[in-house]
Design a protein around this ligand. Structure first.
Ligand SMILES: CCCCCCCC/C=C\CCCCCCCC(=O)N[C@@H](CO)[C@H](O)/C=C/CCCCCCCCCCCCC
Ligand SMILES: [Ca+2]
Ligand SMILES: [Zn+2]
Length: 287
């Protein structure tokens, strides 16, 4: 396969990125992070072709999830649309990052993920687990906002650890889900939880493998694991965020009788989950 002659950009043998002045932070390969896929193999201007192209998956799922979650958003708050709206920006920044491997691209990619997570926490973190000094969701949102501003500033201190820190937040989300599931007996919900964790585990396995086993993947000429991660983490987020939003709906708008359904076919193995709103009369919660 042809490698484009822009090898002057190649990182081979280089230990630290060259950032010279303000313009340097935008330059190709100014990020300390470089994924396993060979740079400039398919294009002169796109550093990691498959990692860039696979980031377009955000543009497929974001509008679909905005559409599917609209009935729930109408009942709960239009603010829940922020999560998938902001995912469009995660997609844009992911494309920019993999296209240039620039320092600015990396920071935009990671900071946008951090803010999506922050919005998710502010909207959906269960009230019963709020710290004792917090009285309501507005106060909790202020706390999340301040923590996120602090984390955003800290992310410039050691950019190479940002992605690991973000993955640790995913572990906290899994822990919170576990707590909710303990008091839930609905088998449909437990199945959605298993499917969500399955996609997330597959995604993180690809991310770690691309990071740490690159030599092996290069030897067998298969350097696409980070591209696969993009697809899997979006699928995991579609499942996981719907599950979290379902628990939120059960607690916050139980009268709406929320129910998990799948699009386009109402079967867990074939579709994308969403929250269907069955009514507005006050009834017992299911779990
Ligand atoms: C009560 C808490 C509610 C939280 C709601 C969760 C909302 C979803 C939030 C985040 C979406 C993740 C988007 C991933 C974008 C990937 C872009 C990317 O590939 N970036 C890499 C560089 O190109 C970078 O190295 C990756 C960094 C790690 C990102 C970690 C993301 C954590 C995802 C959490 C997903 C939860 C799924 C839960 C499943 C049970
Ligand atoms: Ca690369
Ligand atoms: Zn990526």
């Amino acid at each position: 396969m042809q490698v484009w002659p822009v090898q002057r950009f190649s990182k081979a043998g280089r230990t630290a990125p060259r950032i010279c002045g303000m313009a340097g932070v935008f330059s190709y390969e100014s990020s300390e992070v470089d994924w396993c896929e060979d740079n400039y193999r398919h294009s002169e201007t796109v550093a990691e072709f498959y990692n860039t192209v696979s980031s377009f998956i955000f543009f497929l799922f974001s509008p679909l999830m905005l559409y599917l979650l609209h009935p729930y958003a109408k009942e709960r708050s239009r603010a829940v649309h922020l999560v998938w709206f902001m995912m469009i920006f995660v997609g844009i920044f992911s494309i920019y990052f993999h296209m240039t491997l620039s320092y600015v691209g990396q920071m935009l990619d990671e900071i946008s993920i951090l803010w999506v997570l922050a919005v998710g926490y502010a909207l959906w973190f269960p009230r019963k687990h709020f710290p004792s000094f917090i009285k309501n969701r507005v106060e909790f949102s202020v706390l999340v906002f301040l923590t996120t501003v602090f984390s955003t500033l800290s992310s410039f201190a050691k950019p190479t650890v940002n992605a690991y820190a973000l993955n640790c937040i995913a572990l906290h989300i899994l822990y919170c889900l576990g707590l909710e599931l303990r008091s839930c007996t609905n088998p449909r919900i437990h199945r959605l939880a298993r499917v969500s964790v399955f996609w997330w585990a597959l995604a993180i396995a690809c991310w770690l493998s691309d990071r740490f086993l690159c030599n092996f993947w290069k030897r067998i000429n298969f350097c696409y694991l980070h591209s696969i991660w993009h697809v899997l983490i979006v699928v995991a987020t579609a499942h996981g965020s719907t599950l979290i939003a379902y628990f939120d709906a059960l607690h916050e708008i139980p009268h709406a009788l929320p129910e998990i359904q799948y699009w386009p076919k109402d079967h867990w193995s074939l579709g994308v989950p969403f929250i269907a709103i069955r009514g507005s009369s006050k009834t017992q919660k299911e779990c």
